[in-house]
Write a protein that binds this ligand. Structure first.
Ligand SMILES: NC(=O)c1ccc[n+]([C@@H]2O[C@H](COP(=O)([O-])OP(=O)(O)OC[C@H]3O[C@@H](n4cnc5c(N)ncnc54)[C@H](OP(=O)(O)O)[C@@H]3O)[C@@H](O)[C@H]2O)c1
Length: 318
């Protein structure tokens, strides 16, 4: 397997680096397109051995082939559906058999799970600032809808899916010789300031008091309120509520995990407003720009920050 790559030296010259001894393998979930695929490309370019995963075998094989055709022979494909425990177990077995350990895990797979009238959304001609500030919540009410089933699917992928994959791969991450890096791809929608309820903010923002039961309990309350049409009354986010809560809980889980495993670097990141299928290609940034934060966090050296939230490449408030 080719493991050498190029990086820019301080003088701007390309120099060859060999990081094979440092990074045995990097797993990226949901990497057949969008930010995941570009993150795979950027990491493979500097010599990291990338296990590109996708839930759909054909889409994943094609994506891996597109990188291999660029000369990136250090990219291998393995199927992974974050909703399917068998698929996750099969990936863990593959990593164990081929690499013996895991140095980097990027939990990128994500979904909005909403019903959208795309034409009506386009007709709103919403500018990015309005969209990002969340002021659009009322405008999009008739255009973007959610149901309890869709909300469940969203939480199941973005929060439980990340947790499932992480738990299955933790035994291999613990074997990393330099302390593994885990990167959870979050969103600014998950920032606590977007949650009107002070009580919910307090629970999810608690550093020493946070545990998995509290996070799961919060999600049960959320789903009950979706069913009873009580989201607004109980202070849940107005804009893309299920997606926002899935990312807020993902951030909380990141903190919890970082406390539990101080030898690793475990962080979450908002990649920016990136033009991908997730936002019907309304984003303003390219995938190249969007992958910068995930790549930076994947390569954090020993002693680097952990338990932090980044807005692209800058540390930010949860
Ligand atoms: N784009 C943005 O502006 C933005 C902003 C903030 C955060 N993010 C986050 O960035 C991450 C990547 O999103 P993106 O913008 O690159 O969107 P994208 O192009 O739609 O990519 C999402 C990826 O997740 C995969 N996925 C969905 N459900 C999955 C499952 N059950 N198992 C495995 N993979 C699954 C998709 O696979 P399929 O192709 O099979 O559907 C796809 O590969 C997400 O976590 C998203 O929430 C994006």
């Amino acid at each position: 397997m080719e493991i050498n790559g190029n990086k820019k030296s301080e003088s701007g010259e390309n120099e060859l680096i060999d990081i094979h001894h440092v990074v045995a393998a990097d797993v990226i979930t949901g990497a057949n397109k969008g930010i995941g695929l570009e993150t795979a490309r950027q990491l493979a370019m500097i010599g990291v051995t990338v296990v590109l995963t996708a839930r759909d075998e054909k889409r994943g094989v094609e994506a891996a082939a597109s990188l291999q055709e660029m000369g990136l022979c250090n990219v291998v494909f393995h199927q992974l559906d974050v909703l399917d425990p068998h698929s996750i177990a099969s990936l863990a077995k593959f990593i164990e058999g081929h690499f013996g350990r895991l140095d980097i895990l990027i939990n990128n797979a994500g979904t909005l799970e909403v019903r959208v009238d795309e034409d009506a959304l386009r007709d709103l001609k919403m500018d990015p600032a309005t969209w990002l500030s969340g002021k659009a919540a009322n405008l999009v009410k008739g255009v973007i809808r959610t149901t309890k089933e869709k909300a469940k699917e969203c939480l199941n992928t973005n929060y439980h899916g990340c947790k499932r994959v992480t738990e299955a791969l933790l035994p291999l991450l613990k074997l990393s010789t330099s302390g593994a890096n885990i990167v959870n791809i979050s969103s600014l929608r998950g920032e606590l300031r977007h949650i009107p309820s002070e009580q919910i903010r307090k629970v999810l923002g608690g550093i020493d008091t946070l545990d998995e039961e509290k996070i799961d309990g919060m999600l049960e309350r959320f789903l009950k309120d979706v069913e009873q049409g009580a989201l607004e009354a109980n202070g849940w986010p107005n804009m893309l509520p299920a997606y926002s809560i899935s990312k807020a809980t993902l951030n909380a889980y990141t903190r919890f995990l970082a406390n539990k495993y101080p030898n690793m670097r475990i962080n979450c990141v908002h990649p920016g407003y990136v033009r991908t299928d997730l936002n019907w290609n309304t984003g303003t940034m390219t995938v190249e720009e969007g992958a910068k934060g995930p790549v930076m966090l994947a390569l954090l050296p020993e002693g680097g920050p952990t338990g932090c939230y980044f807005d692209q490449i800058e540390k930010a408030e949860f």
